[in-house]
Write a new protein. Sequence first.
Length: 138
Amino acid sequence: MSFSQLIGIPRPLQADMNAQGVGAVRTSKWQNGVVFKEVITDWQPNKQMLYQFDIDPDLIPDNALDKHVKLGGEYFSPLYGGYYLAETANGQTVLTLKTTVEDNTNFTIYSRLWGEVIFQDFHNSLLKLMKSRAEKAV
């Protein structure tokens, strides 16, 4: 179990896209009834997929997340993110996930450091899940 799960951040369950390319919408479903959308803003097959979060905080159950980490809430909100693929010198592929978050807390450096620790752990968990699923598909 990851650190982010230990502190109550739901695990991802599935993500589906309604199409491919710019303008497509990816719907992410998580534990505790958390659902949000990501609108694709850049689509470069085998290179990158960038998106902007489309989060309606009223559609996320109040008890699904702590009020300080509620998506689209008063304290912070993820703005955009992306998946990036890069080939290494030995022919392997590295997948990187990045997320840009708006921090509305008054804790500045403290909240930014904790946010980075939590997002790094969260990203690692999500990327491990994607790796596992991709390797099963081969």
